[in-house]
Design a protein. Structure first.
Length: 380
């Protein structure tokens, strides 16, 4: 966007951004406002929203400071387009002066469906609250087209879910890409003495935690029995108490947050993605494929991708399927290389950022880079 337009960015941060992150964003944006969240206040606001008929999600992401910043910007600038990332941030784009010709909201996933999925996996009060959150978010999502919003989602599967309950013409699929230069195959790789498996993801995100607990209870003990010495590393920030407990299991190591996940991806025998609830596209899968590492994943984690099990990845859902896929892959280094090459080829063909972002540029009416070069050179 910054190559084709002047960008003003307002966002929230649940942890202090690094100087490098802030510096890069300031380079890209004409105006930047990063507002820290307050954990305790967030849940007070979430409860207040639930009590007044709104979604808890809106309360979790409410911010008077960011609201005031946006109002200040709209008094000074007449915008050509407004882009909102996720339904939780829609509340900051309600200023009448943001009623631009182009109004785009990137839902990424259908959040309401995620909460309905959570409800199906829980019982009691949690199930009731998850269903309530799903219904209220669904109501918000339904209203978007009539309010003039163009809606983008991360895959055709997510877009089809949205089209099932809202205006079909309003939804567009704009998929994720992967940085193919950053996530590139290692030039040299050592063969570990025993299989090394890795999971990469935020370790307090409910779907990740639930999938890891299921895997470590139902699959991992038999893997350790069949592959003595095998290890499973959990890489990601903010590990929950349940994940910390998993790190005490035989062969499981809690790594936590790291500066660069590539070190762990590059040396893994395989990357494991045992999610039983998943929405949209899993970046963890794309990044592993880009680094030419074998991926064993649940069918839910592969939804939204055009990968073929057995060609680009290995799919597994039952404990027995997981055990068989992992055991056979661990014994065949040529198979590991074959899957790695096919995975890298897949992301090169389908998930380069240039190709993935082209539809977004059209929806935002952004000028083509070649046109900008022509204008800059003074030619008509």
């Amino acid at each position: 966007m910054s190559e084709r337009a002047n960008v003003h960015l307002g966002c929230l941060a649940d942890e202090p951004p690094t100087a490098g992150t802030t510096g890069e964003l300031r380079r890209l944006c004409d105006h930047l406002e990063i507002v820290p969240t307050h954990p305790r206040l967030r849940w007070v606001r979430a409860s207040a929203c639930l009590a007044t008929g709104r979604s808890a999600t809106e309360g979790l992401f409410a911010s008077n400071r960011l609201q005031q910043t946006v109002r200040s910007w709209t008094r000074e600038t007449r915008y050509d387009a407004v882009v909102v990332f996720c339904s939780s941030m829609l509340q900051f784009a309600q200023d009448k002066r943001l009623n631009t010709a182009v109004r785009l909201i990137d839902l990424v996933d259908v959040d309401s469906q995620k909460w309905f999925d959570y409800a199906a996996k829980t019982r009691g009060l949690k199930r009731m609250l998850y269903k309530l959150e799903g219904r209220r978010l669904r109501k918000l999502e339904c209203r978007l087209p009539e309010q003039g919003w163009t809606v983008t989602l991360v895959s055709e599967q997510e877009a089809d879910i949205y089209r099932g309950f809202a205006d079909r013409t309003a939804a567009h699929a704009v998929s994720n890409g992967v940085d193919l230069e950053f996530f590139e195959p290692a030039t040299e790789r050592r063969t570990p003495a025993a299989p090394e498996f890795v999971f990469v993801g935020v370790l307090n995100y409910w779907a990740n935690v639930e999938g890891l607990i299921w895997f470590c209870e139902n699959v991992w003990p038999e893997i350790r029995h069949r592959l003595p010495g095998a290890t499973f590393s959990l890489v990601g920030k903010q590990p929950s108490p349940a994940v910390k407990k998993l790190g005490e299991l035989d062969g499981v190591t809690l790594i936590g947050e790291v500066d660069d996940v590539r070190e762990y991806l590059s040396r893994a025998t395989a990357i494991l993605v045992p999610l039983r609830i998943a929405r949209g596209i899993q970046n963890k899968v794309l990044e592993a494929l880009a680094m030419a590492r074998p991926v064993v994943a649940s069918s839910q984690a592969l939804e939204g991708l055009a990968t073929c099990s057995g060609e680009h990845v290995l799919a597994a859902d039952t404990p027995q399927a997981w055990i068989e896929q992992i055991e056979s892959l661990s014994a065949d280094e040529n198979r590991q290389l074959e899957l790695g090459r096919a995975g890298r080829s897949y992301v090169e063909q389908h998930h380069s950022w240039d190709a993935r972002l082209a539809p977004l540029a059209e929806l935002l009416n952004l000028p083509h880079p070649q046109l900008l070069a022509t204008i800059a050179s003074g030619r008509s």
